[in-house]
Design a protein around this ligand. Structure first.
Ligand code: ADP
Length: 247
């Protein structure tokens, strides 16, 4: 059994274009992770769990990493599908291991990120005896770990999903994942920022960025990143010194 160890995130909010409201909601979490004592002095219970929901490629993972980077805390990441195992009990044991590692981290605070939370947290079907034992055990282990947090555990669990409505209500109750933050597709301004962000480390020539931000309506951040990467590959193959618009 292996649980990924912590990484230090080098991302910050500067790397995330758009989603200003989501960033605003994240500021509480960052403040809490920076100085938890400030909140406990007021008897405030900080959100233990945050769900980021939205279409694939909109930057949910990026947002979680940026929060860890802004708060300067270790980042433990796993995907829901890592917990879905053939053998009953393996997923639950991985959850316990992950939380144990996180609780014992040197800084005394951290972010745990679980991508694709729906893989373990889908609504339980009525009277399900249909081999969903494993998922139930994993989900229960997660709920137990989160309920076991006390004032000394300055851990925030962030999870991502494309579908909030498919999640088990048990996950969404107060004290669990009680903050739900939507991560949206970028609007035209955000697309322009994303294009600029991803051109930064590339030789950009004469590119009409505004037109490209207009042309990429409904593109996710990930799709824009991939578009620019394709452009860089083409420029490279053609030995063109710069990435340029073809007129
Ligand atoms: P999700 O977790 O929502 O599927 P990711 O965080 O994995 O999306 O996004 C994949 C990549 O797409 C990011 O690493 C980044 O390069 C790019 N990207 C997505 N959204 C944004 C954004 N809002 N700003 C900048 N880059 C973005």
């Amino acid at each position: 059994l292996s649980v990924e160890s912590a990484e230090n995130s080098n991302y910050s909010f500067k790397d995330v274009a758009g989603n200003e409201e989501a960033k605003e909601s994240m500021k509480d979490i960052i403040d809490f992770l920076k100085s938890p004592e400030k909140f406990t002095a007021y008897g405030a219970r900080m959100p233990r769990g945050v769900i980021l929901y939205g279409k694939p490629g909109t930057g949910k993972t990026l947002m979680a990493k940026a929060v860890a980077g802004e708060a300067k805390v270790p980042f433990y990441a796993m995907s829901g599908s890592d917990f879905v195992q053939v053998y009953v009990g393996v997923g639950a044991s991985r959850i316990r291991q992950l939380f144990k590692k996180a609780r014992n981290n040197k800084k005394g605070k951290c972010i745990i990120f679980i991508d694709e939370i729906d893989a373990i947290g889908k609504k339980r079907e009525n009277g399900a005896a249909s081999g969903s034992d494993e998922r139930d055990q994993t989900l229960n282990a997660l709920l137990t770990e989160m309920s076991g947090f006390n004032e000394n555990n300055n851990i925030v669990v962030m999870a991502a999903t494309n579908r909030l409505d498919t999640l088990d209500p048990a996950l969404l109750r107060p004290g669990r994942f009680d903050r739900h933050i939507e991560i949206t597709l970028p609007d035209i301004c955000a697309r322009e920022k994303i294009i600029n962000l991803h051109l930064k480390n590339k030789p950009a020539g004469d590119i009409d960025i505004h037109t490209w931000s207009e042309k990429t309506a409904y593109f996710s951040g990930a799709k824009i990143e991939s578009l620019i990467n394709e452009a860089a590959i083409i420029a490279c193959k053609e030995n063109s010194p710069k990435i340029e618009d073809i007129h």
